[in-house]
Design a protein around this ligand. Structure first.
Ligand code: C5P
Length: 219
């Protein structure tokens, strides 16, 4: 049983990795499983929210009552998010977005020849910062994966990307974070913070959404 604390709200979130093509058969990506984002989508739908998940390539089933948009590249993820952002009350950037894309995607498979080759990359847009700069901005939540000085870097990201809240996880612990079923989060907002100790990602998702609901409707 989940209390319907998000009834009448719409939540938009990103999840999983993005994938940047090099040529028709190769790409650059990362090890994000999408599990945290999908757990948030499931928990939010159970709490009564209307949920849209913009998902990179992941091997996960769509949770019940969740609208899913599949994308590959960072630009495609940004385009899908900006299409939905106007009618969203909450945005959570949970995706592990590729910060760079290949400058010129080859039309044909690249043949091996020289001993060394260089791949030119260009910066991708920041989806989270684009959402938080939008005039009809939803309550905007970011994730931060850090290996050191978690609090310092998370608080810096909160300010720099003009977020309402940031959930940081220490990815230096191999038992938690990427790919694992468990995680632990340190959550920061402008004038507060809360620690969510290690547990399964669905429990953590419910706790995070409860914190978000409280911050949106201060008592
Ligand atoms: O700056 P950094 O990439 O560590 O910030 C992580 C947060 O920003 C995550 O919420 C991630 O989903 C989001 N992000 C994004 N677009 C990018 C890079 C990161 O939305 N291009």
């Amino acid at each position: 049983f989940a209390p319907k604390i998000l009834q009448g709200m719409s939540l938009l979130l990103t999840a999983g990795p993005t994938r940047e093509a090099i040529d028709p058969v190769r790409y650059i990506s990362n090890h994000s499983s999408g599990k945290m984002g999908f757990a948030i989508a499931k928990a939010a739908a159970e709490m009564g929210a209307k949920v849209t998940i913009v998902a990179g390539p992941v091997n996960l089933d769509t949770p019940l009552n969740v609208n899913r948009v599949n994308v590959k590249s960072t630009q495609e993820m940004l385009d899908a998010v900006m299409e939905q952002v106007h009618h969203s009350d909450i945005f959570i950037g949970c995706a592990a977005v590729c910060d760079y894309r290949v400058a010129d995607i080859a039309n044909d498979k690249i043949k091996k020849s020289a001993e060394e080759m260089a791949l030119a990359l260009v910066r991708n847009p920041d989806i989270l910062a684009t959402v938080s700069a939008h005039k009809q901005r939803p309550f905007t939540v970011g994730f931060a994966a850090e290996t050191q000085d978690v609090e310092h870097y998370a608080k810096d990201k909160l300010k720099r990307k003009k977020l309402d809240m940031i959930a940081a996880n220490d990815v230096s612990d191999p038992a938690l974070g990427f790919n694992s079923d468990d995680n632990a989060l340190k959550v920061y907002w402008a004038n507060g913070q809360f620690e969510l100790p290690a547990t399964d990602k669905l429990t953590l998702a419910r706790q995070l959404l409860t914190l978000i609901a409280k911050q949106m409707k201060p008592a």
